[in-house]
Every structure is written in C-alpha cells, then in structure tokens.
Design a binder for this molecule. Structure first.
Ligand SMILES: [Zn+2]
Length: 422
C-alpha cells in the first residue's frame, strides 16, 4: 500500500457529447462561486500516458530492455533497426548505444529513441514486470547529456490496471478497485494536461501513483475495464483524484495538503465529512518512539534550509502539539516546544518531509502529537499519507458494506461528478 504526494492540478471544459452522469451532492455546504480555469477540454479520446520508470545518471548509464530472444526494434522517426533482446541501451559520449547492434548515426545522435516489440517489454531490474505500449528513452538536454530517462508511453486504459495492482491488495472488494480506478485516471489525466511541456506525466512510484506494468492478477484489469473512461469532474473541469492510504478519520483539504494552486480549492477536494470509514486500517492510530535529539537536529536542519529562524532556534524538542484544525477537525499545523520554552509552528504537510531529509524512520503522516517521555519522543499519529481525496482503507470499508463505487467517489469527492470522457 502506498500513498501519494502529488502536486498536479488541472481544469478543463467538458466537451459536448460526453456521456455524463452526475452524482447528487451530499452533505456539502452550498455551492461556492468558484472561477474555472481555462485549461484543456476533457478529451473524448483515450490519451497516452507517459510514465517515467527510471532516470539513469552517472558515467555511461545503461539499462537492459527486453528478454532473451525477444524480437524488438529501436527507432527514431521512420528509421528502425531490428534487434534481438535483451539489449542494453545506454549513453556514451553523448550518443545512444545498444548492445548487439551498431546504431546508424541518425539513431545514435537523436535526443529520443523508442523501443518497440510485438510482445510486452521488460525494463531494467524488474524482469518480471512487463509493459504495454512503447519504451521511450529521452536524453537529458543539459550537457554533457549523459543522463537519460526511461518512459513507458501507454494508453490510459492499459495504464490504470497497473496502478490498481500497485496501489491495492488483490481480493479487496471490486467497488474499492473501481473507485480507485476513477481516482487514478482523474489524477493521471490532470497530470497529462498539466505537464505538456515536460517529457513525462507521472512516475511509477508513490510520488505520483504506483504502477507495476501489466498486472499478474485479473481483478485489477477487470475492475479498470468496468470503469473505462470514467473520471471525476467539477463544473466541466477534471478533478485531480488525489488519494492516500488512510486519512486517520478526518480529511485534509487538498489546498493545504497538496498545494495552493486554485484548482485544489474546488469543493470535491475540500475533504469528506463523517463518518470515518477507515477505523480498522493498520495506521488509523499509531505510536512510536523517536530519538528526541535526532528529531531536534532534523527540524533545525530543515528550518535553516528553508530560512525559518524561529524554528531553527527551537533547541531540543520536548513536545509537538496539533493546532489550527481544518473544517473537518484535522490539524493543519503543529506547535513545537523546545527545552528552553520557545515555541514555533510547522505545517503538518511539511513534517514527513522533515523526517525524510534525515536518517530518521519515516513519519506516516503529519497529523501527530508527541511528548518526550523517559528519554524518547513518543509520537502518536493518525493515518498514513496526506489525507486528501480518497482514503483507500475507507473505500475498502465502504465497499465491504456493499456501497457502490459511485457512492465512494461521491463521499470522498463531495460535489464531484462522474463523467465518462471516452
Ligand atoms: Zn480514512
């Protein structure tokens, strides 16, 4: 199970002619008058998603693509060279190399090369992971142009099953899978539209959403297909379908947990109300000891890096207390008290990153309180992940109570509309 920390946003205008179902509004306050942004229309054709699988750096970086005796081709435009897999693709002195073949200059000196095969390709250290679509290798533009990225260019509906298999457990209820499919598709589409000037839309890790290529089990494919083309929209704009593992019972606002971009301020991303469906999740409540001096050092180091003098002067941490609750009762900041009595605040959204920058055990969530007891900073935490959008454990509990995926989407993205785009 993973959570995402995504920062994408997008707004679109719904094309006439889309099959559109509207989820009735639930327990939201009345519609606020929100300006829409002039972004791309919602496509009525399935887009290609560009998933960055690897970024290779260092001297003569390379990666192995394809399996033994696999028929493959490497191409640039209309120029194509046949290969037999596997082939190690690399960069040497600013040019492409491929083991087992001499590349013509037009391919070796190109910025971008593509690998294709009639059968799915494997890439790098996961020989059991195979990918639909093509594998695109893109050289860095900055000299010395040694580094490159490996990107799977894949149809959205072939991509989504690989996200479901990476994000959920096989055997969870179908409705949870379908809700996750809609959220993941909405997120990927928003990134796709937002990142046109970049070479890739999403990574295959929890920094976007986990993607494992072609799933080895059928439920992921079956439930993705059952919701084909369905996305969350609000007033004709696609809603980036943020999700996390467990919200801890009280939702975060995407505008606080993800970022202040105006599209994150739409009602479907303002968080769900009660009840908390995820109370049975392993990280609904959690506790653990940390070394107070290491935590103090991590906080001071982060504070200096971001120019927070008040926080850098905090000394040794003695307690961390939640404050500034959002409308759902989830804190948006904590107050850190130092041994000298000084206090300073830090946003909950920043806390996991503070821990991640040091060698401390990761913090599952920024919603914590903590106190030094018997030499340890004893942390009590709520949830796993940023808490905005869909809660995966909550979605599974709703599905187990025989609620449909439409109801799950309605609950976690209040006022969102379920739109069949393609
Ligand atoms: Zn939850």
């Amino acid at each position: 199970m993973s959570h995402i920390a995504c920062r994408a946003l997008i707004a679109t205008i719904l094309l006439a002619g889309c099959d559109r179902r509207t989820i009735p509004t639930t327990d939201r306050e009345s519609d606020r008058d929100q300006a829409t942004t002039n972004n791309d229309p919602i496509p009525n054709e399935e887009p290609l998603i560009r998933v960055r699988l690897h970024r290779l750096t260092g001297g003569n970086p390379s990666i192995t693509i394809g399996q033994a005796k696999q028929a493959m081709a490497i191409r640039v435009g209309d120029t194509e060279v046949q290969l037999e897999g596997p082939s190690t693709i690399g960069r040497k002195q600013g040019r492409w190399t491929a083991s087992g073949v001499n590349l013509p200059t037009s391919i070796a000196s190109a910025d971008v090369v593509e690998l294709t095969s009639p059968t799915p390709l494997s890439v790098g250290s996961h020989p059991k992971r195979t990918y639909e679509g093509i594998i695109r290798c893109v050289a860095d533009q900055d000299p010395p142009r040694l580094s490159f990225s490996v990107i799977n260019v894949v149809k959205m509906e072939q991509y989504i099953p690989g996200v479901l298999a990476g994000e959920l457990y096989e055997g969870w209820h179908d409705a949870a899978f379908k809700a996750q499919a809609v959220a993941a598709r909405s997120f990927a589409l928003s990134r796709h539209q937002q990142r046109k000037s970049h070479t890739w839309d999403v990574t295959d890790t929890s920094s976007s959403q986990v993607y494992v290529g072609i799933p080895s089990w059928n439920q992921a494919t079956r439930t993705a297909t059952a919701t084909s083309g369905e996305i969350i929209t609000w007033r004709g704009e696609v809603v980036p379908g943020y999700f996390s593992s467990c919200c801890g019972g009280r939702a975060a606002l995407a505008s606080q947990a993800i970022g202040p971009n105006p599209i994150n301020k739409v009602p479907p991303l303002d968080g769900h109300s009660n009840p908390a469906w995820c109370t049975e999740a392993p990280r609904y409540r959690w506790t653990g000891p940390w070394d107070p001096s290491k935590v103090s050092r991590a906080i001071r180091s982060w504070a200096r890096r971001v120019g927070r003098e008040d926080l850098a002067a905090i000394g040794e941490v003695v307690s961390i207390k939640p404050m500034s609750p959002n409308r759902h009762g989830r804190p948006s900041k904590v107050e850190i008290r130092g041994s000298g009595g000084k206090t300073a605040t830090i946003r909950c959204v920043d806390l996991p990153g503070v821990f991640a920058e040091s060698d401390l055990n990761p913090l599952s969530s920024g919603w914590i309180d903590a106190e030094v007891k018997r030499g340890f900073l004893v942390v009590n935490g709520h949830g796993f992940g940023h808490g905005a959008g869909l809660c995966q454990y909550g979605a599974e509990a709703m599905a187990a109570s025989a609620l449909t995926y439409e109801r799950i989407i309605q609950f976690y993205y209040p006022q969102g509309e379920l739109t069949k785009a393609w």
